[in-house]
Design a protein around this ligand. Structure first.
Ligand code: CTP
Ligand code: MG
Length: 199
C-alpha cells in the first residue's frame, strides 16, 4: 500500500505536469471568440457540426496562454517540499514552451472532438454530458503529449519525455481527480459570469 504522503506526491506531480491542459481548457472563455471552427455549418442530421462554443481563437490562443503561464512558472525553483515530493518540471525552456502548447492544443482538440459527438447525440451547446465533458481534454492532452514525445525522440530529443513524466499512476490520478476539479472551476467561472451554466 502507498502511504498518504506517496499518494499526495503522485497527485501533486500529476496536476502540476498536466497544468497546461487545465489552463488551456479554461483560457478559451477569456480569449475565445467568433468565428466558430465549423463556420456555422450543419451536419447531415441538421445540427451544427461543432457549435458556437468551439472557436479558432479558443483553439489556438488557449494553448498559447497556457504555455506562456507554464513557462513563467517553470523558472520558479521548486520548494523543498516540492523537491521532496519528487516534483518534476517540463524540461528545458524550449521543451516547456513546446510541450505545454502541444498538451494544451491536444486538450482543446479533444474538447472539439467531444463536441462533434455531443452534437450528434442531440445535445446542444453547453448542455451537460457527464464524463465526456470532463475527460475529453484529459484524453486529448495525453494523446498529443505522447505523440509529440515520440516525434521529439525521432528528431534527436528525449523520446522518453512523456513516459518519464506521465507514469501510469499519475495518469490514473488525473482521470480520478479531473471531474471534481472541472466542476469546481466551472462553478467559479459561472459565478464570475464567464460561463452560462455551472458545468
Ligand atoms: N471556447 C472557445 N473555443 C474553444 C473552446 C471553448 O471559444 N475551442 C469558449 C466558448 O466560449 C465556450 C467556452 O469557451 O462556450 C466554454 O467551453 P466549453 O464548455 O468547452 O464549450 P460549451 O459552450 O459547453 O460547448 P460544448 O457543448 O460544445 O462543449
Ligand atoms: Mg461545456
Amino acid at each position: 500500500m502507498a502511504t498518504a504522503g506517496e499518494i499526495g506526491a503522485i497527485v501533486l506531480t500529476a496536476l502540476w505536469l498536466f497544468l497546461p491542459a487545465f489552463l488551456a481548457n479554461m483560457a478559451p472563455v477569456f480569449v475565445g471568440g467568433p468565428p466558430p471552427i465549423d463556420g456555422g455549418r450543419v451536419w447531415r442530421d441538421g445540427r451544427r457540426i461543432l457549435g458556437d462554443g468551439k472557436t479558432w481563437r479558443g483553439l489556438f490562443l488557449g494553448p498559447l496562454v497556457a504555455s506562456a503561464i507554464v513557462l513563467g512558472l517553470s523558472v520558479v525553483p521548486p520548494s523543498e517540499a516540492g523537491r521532496a515530493a519528487g516534483l518534476v518540471g517540463w524540461g528545458s525552456a524550449a521543451e516547456t514552451f513546446v510541450f505545454a502548447y502541444v498538451i494544451g492544443f491536444g486538450a482543446l482538440v479533444g474538447d472539439a472532438v467531444k463536441s462533434f459527438f455531443k452534437r450528434r447525440s442531440g445535445r446542444d451547446r453547453g448542455a451537460r454530458w457527464p464524463g465526456f465533458d470532463q475527460l475529453d481534454f484529459v484524453a486529448g492532452g495525453l494523446l498529443f503529449a505522447a505523440a509529440a514525445s515520440a516525434l521529439w525522440g525521432l528528431a534527436g530529443g528525449n523520446g522518453a519525455w512523456f513516459s518519464e513524466r506521465f507514469t501510469l499512476e499519475r495518469i490514473v490520478a488525473l482521470v480520478i481527480l479531473t471531474p471534481g476539479l472541472h466542476l469546481l472551476v466551472n462553478i467559479v467561472g459561472y459565478k464570475l459570469g464567464k460561463k452560462d451554466v455551472p458545468w
